[in-house]
Write a protein that binds this ligand. Structure first.
Ligand code: OAD
Length: 242
């Protein structure tokens, strides 16, 4: 895979880098993207219908079971070469911020630290009312399990449609986009707000934006470098040049 001299020069001179990843970076780990996840029993459901507070209020067991099924998929998955390359990439720059829309925790399992999880993490459970962590889960046959403190149902610690993103994570991600010299958009369809606006903030502030995706997205026409390919191939090859 060849990269332009201009791209290599940009990466070799950058000091502040930010990265936004989406479901695509976990695709090579076998974790289906949010929209592909609907197979088997779940094929009859629209994920956007299940990942909502209304769906949970209407049928907490159904939503809880869906996330339990997705957790099993994630636990069987391993970080791939793309996740691992980002861990090494983080050591090449003075400032490096990793922002993800993914809830699978694979960046952390690969060794990344201080990951900004804009949409939460499927492996964590919170009280549906207090929103505080429930760990460990209580031993019960009840589904969903009740919060040990208030008895309300537990829920996965993920952002559902219509819910706001964790304020601190979003603010830190925007701050990184405003001050970085290079911004990577990796494995995301760049459609879901507010995450989709973060690469555009970097563009507006004059950063060089690099997109890694096998297919074009609404962001592609605006980026300086569109690397067409799988993250698990492109990132390790980029790393060799820096
Ligand atoms: P999508 O499923 O919308 O997009 C995944 C992107 O990854 C697509 O553009 C694919 O072309 C690309 N892709 C697939 N395989 C790839 C690979 N090996 N390397 C690089 N790119 C690859 O997932 P997201 O953009 O992450 O929100 O979706 C954003 C949000 O939409 C999700 O976080 C979820 C969903 O609604 C919530 O759950 C709140």
């Amino acid at each position: 895979m060849n990269f332009s001299d201009a791209l290599v020069r940009v990466l070799r001179t950058a000091t502040r880098v930010a990265v936004l990843t989406g479901a695509g970076i976990s695709a090579e780990s076998g974790v289906p993207t949010f929209r592909e996840a609907q197979t088997g029993l779940w094929a009859q459901y629209d994920p956007q219908e299940l990942a909502t507070p209304q769906a949970f209020a209407r049928d907490p067991k159904l939503v809880w079971d869906w996330y339990a099924w997705r957790r099993k998929l994630v636990m069987r998955a391993q970080p791939n070469a793309g996740h691992v390359a980002l861990v090494a990439l983080a050591t090449r720059f003075k400032a490096f911020t990793l922002i993800t829309q993914n809830v699978d925790g694979l960046h952390q399992r690969a060794g990344s630290s201080a990951v900004l999880e804009l949409h939460g993490n499927i492996m964590r459970t919170i009280c549906a009312v207090e929103r505080t962590a429930i760990d460990p889960l209580p031993h019960t046959t009840q589904v969903p399990p009740p919060c040990p403190r208030c008895g309300q149902p537990a829920r996965p610690d993920v952002v559902w449609f219509g819910e706001s993103l964790p304020r601190a994570a979003l603010a830190t991600a925007v701050e990184a986009a405003q001050h970085c010299e290079v911004f990577f958009s990796i494995g995301t369809s760049a459609l879901v707000e507010p995450a989709a606006s973060i690469p555009r903030i970097a563009l507006e502030r004059g950063a060089t934006v690099i997109e890694i995706n096998p297919i074009a997205t609404p962001l592609t026409p605006h980026v300086q470098f569109a690397l067409v390919g799988a993250a698990g191939e492109v990132l390790p090859n980029l790393l060799k040049l820096i």
